[in-house]
Write a protein that binds this ligand. Structure first.
Ligand code: NAP
Length: 325
């Protein structure tokens, strides 16, 4: 069968596909142009895509022979899953294999914003480290502080486990509340979103992007947070109203932010990059050699299962498609 791959992937991954099928790949890092994607998909049976590809009605209309959409990532807000389901196409993602690397990066942002790591690096490099002094270049403690986790799934829980090592008090808000024994096991307590925002020193976002979570954090929510609070977002940019965040950081409404994702990625809202109290990363939550390899191998396993007509291991829409085995 014919497969289209929208991004550059490790050789071992491509070899695995080539053993069973023909493939065509956009073998460059800058994302494939929309026009090229629309024409490339027309005669394909399988699609291996990433977050930068919009998989919508228009594309699916062109892809009449498509049997599987295998996403190389856990978030699937760029895919119209309903439209794929209407056409009987399974959609898959790569859950779990990127949990630890994304939780690690979340902690890197917590520590970087609290201890002014990036600002300090900039200052030292340009020769402005002239002396040590008791009150010079102070940051704030992470240890012992309250961490509020919004979205308590795989990554949210992995962040909580890391926070235990810093003796942090962890509270969480999520759609589904955990059983009490699970809460006790993890040493966490549930809080309503309002309450979490009001009492947390660090607020870390781990919900998926969807209609319900678009601008979940806007001016009103930022206004509820402590003026000493830090907002960390390694989930998806549009969960935060970025213009409101810039204003909150500029006016000192909150103290700092650590961001890996942006509302209009890869563009940043005006004013964001000029602020000293924000650490900005280029969407690298899962970007380690080990994790990106595991993700691509998982995406390929899903792809190959879909092409064989089997239910892929990580099918997002299997309930909606019914049992296809
Ligand atoms: P997950 O296991 O599905 O966890 C998401 C959690 O959010 C679940 O507990 C879910 O509740 C909860 N939730 C969903 N909708 C909600 C709502 N409207 N209000 C409150 N809680 C809600 O997903 P994950 O693997 O932890 O990944 C989370 C997100 O991180 C992904 O969707 C992706 O966008 C992002 N991500 C980013 C990077 C990066 O490179 N920066 C890397 C990996 C992932 P239920 O238990 O009820 O479903």
């Amino acid at each position: 069968m014919k497969v289209f791959i929208t991004a550059r992937l490790p050789d071992q991954v491509l070899e695995k596909i080539a053993r069973e099928h023909c493939f065509e790949a956009h073998g460059e890092d800058p994302p494939i142009e929309r026009k090229k994607l629309l024409t490339s998909i027309e005669d394909k049976d399988g699609l291996l895509c990433t977050i930068t590809d919009l998989i919508d009605e228009e594309l699916l209309e062109r892809a009449r022979g498509l049997k599987i959409i295998a996403n190389n990532g856990v978030g699937f807000d760029h895919i119209d899953v309903r439209a794929a389901t209407r056409r009987g196409i399974p959609v898959t993602n790569t859950p779990g294999v990127l949990t630890d690397s994304t939780a690690d990066l979340t902690f890197a942002l917590i520590l970087a914003t609290a201890r002014r790591v990036v600002e300090g690096d900039r200052m030292t490099r340009c020769g402005d480290f002239k002396f040590w002094a008791p009150l010079h270049f102070l940051g704030h403690d992470v240890s012992g502080k309250t961490l509020g986790i919004v979205g308590f799934g795989r990554i949210g829980k992995a962040v909580a486990r890391r926070a235990a090592g810093f003796d942090m008090k962890v509270i969480y808000y999520s759609r589904t509340r955990l059983a009490v024994d699970e809460e006790e096991g993890l040493g966490v307590a549930f809080a309503a979103l309002d309450e979490l925002l009001r009492v947390s020193d660090f607020v870390s976002l781990h919900v998926p992007l969807g209609r319900e979570t678009l601008h979940l954090i806007g001016a009103a929510e930022l206004g509820t947070m402590k003026s000493s609070a830090h907002l960390i977002n390694t989930a998806r940019g549009p969960i935060v109203d970025e213009a409101a965040l810039v204003e909150a950081l500029r006016t000192g409404r909150i103290r700092a932010a650590g961001l890996d994702v942006y509302e209009n990625e890869p563009r940043l809202s005006p004013g964001l990059s000029e602020l000293e109290n924000v650490v900005v990363l280029p969407h690298v939550g899962s970007a380690t050699v080990e994790t990106r390899t595991r993700m691509a191998l998982m995406a390929v396993d899903n792809l190959l299962a879909g092409l064989r007509g089997e239910r892929p291991p990580n099918c997002i829409n299997s309930d909606m498609l019914g049992c296809r085995n």
